[in-house]
Design a protein around this ligand. Structure first.
Ligand code: MEV
Length: 312
């Protein structure tokens, strides 16, 4: 048995289809390698402890705010038949939380990997997804599984709820700029807002929901055929639809409009919205750098940029 286990996970970026994916529509998500989460598990004789950005102390007196994490740790120990083993668990995150970059799923994946590593047990993709869902169901309302799947697989993915996923050909020469508004989003609330819009005005909103399928397919084709204009168009329309569902807000709209004026072929919020991050698609590095500078000038607290082919 190892004395120490280490688990690393990246975040994710949703290119198209957030929220609609909860209702069975296809979505495209990419791994976000720019920031990582590393969890270390040390087996100990003393009482179990946890050290993370939200709390440091004994595991059994952890606050309700990290209930998802503690439930996950107990579920994994139970699955491994190690409920009586004490551990010190340290979660070190470079991925900002509540920004639509998948930090909660990434924390979960890194915890599961670290625990399996500590006990030298191999994990399958299916067991990982099942365990991560323990925490996701506490953090989120009705999670689609998109975040957990993308982070577990670490490749660009076309995802549809409860279906087998496809990896996507990334033949496109564009750059993606990711900008953090600095406004904290809340996935549970944003998912509830989207659902309420759909319930209150089904005749008006259902066609908008259905449109996300065409946008995802247009994006898949665009990525395959290196057609940056059509991917940009799909992103712009997706942002308009997400606004109609009430999951954008002023800061996101300001950054999206500023990015388009600075030369982005497409721009939209990414993740659950109502704060968090936005993404902009640029044809080359010069335009991507210009967009990043403009977004910072408009209040973005952090930006990242990278070539779409780097995400493979
Ligand atoms: C959150 O990263 C993505 C959402 O579509 C929720 C989900 O898929 O469970 C908003």
């Amino acid at each position: 048995m190892n004395q120490i286990g280490i688990g690393i996970a990246t975040g994710k970026i949703i290119l198209i289809g957030e929220h609609a994916v909860v209702y069975g529509k296809p979505a495209i998500a990419l791994p976000f390698y720019a920031a990582k989460i590393e969890t270390t598990v040390t087996i100990t004789q003393s009482e179990s402890t946890i050290d993370c950005v939200f709390y440091t102390g004994k595991l059994n007196t952890a606050p309700e705010s990290i209930e998802g994490i503690t439930a996950l740790i107990h579920a994994v120990l139970k699955y491994l038949n190690k409920e009586n083993v004490n551990i010190d668990i340290n979660i070190n995150s470079m991925l900002p939380a509540s920004r639509g970059l998948g930090s909660s799923a990434a924390v979960s994946v890194s915890i599961v990997r670290a625990l399996f590593d500590a006990f030298e047990i191999k994990i399958t993709e299916d067991i990982m997804k099942e365990l991560v869902l323990v925490a996701e169901s506490i953090h989120h309302l009705n999670p689609s599984g998109l975040d957990a799947n993308t982070i577990t697989r670490g490749v660009p993915t076309l995802f549809e709820r409860d279906k087998l996923m496809d990896s996507i050909a990334m033949n496109m020469d564009g750059y993606l700029v990711v900008a953090d508004t600095g406004v904290l989003g809340n996935t549970k609330e944003a998912v509830a807002t989207f659902g309420t819009q759909l319930e209150c005005e089904p005749e008006k909103m259902k066609p908008y929901l259905d449109e996300f399928t065409q946008l995802a397919m247009k994006t898949v084709r665009g990525l395959e055929l290196n057609d940056i204009a059509s991917v940009g168009e799909a992103m712009n329309r997706a942002h308009e639809l997400l606004r109609l569902f009430g999951v954008s807000e002023t800061t996101l709209d300001t950054l999206v409009n500023a990015a388009r004026r600075a030369g982005a072929v497409g721009a939209k919020l990414t993740g659950s919205g109502q704060g968090g991050c936005m993404i902009a698609l640029a044809p080359n590095l010069t335009v991507a750098s210009e967009i990043s500078a403009v977004l910072k000038g408009h209040g973005a607290v952090q930006t990242w940029q990278y070539h779409l082919k780097e995400m493979v």
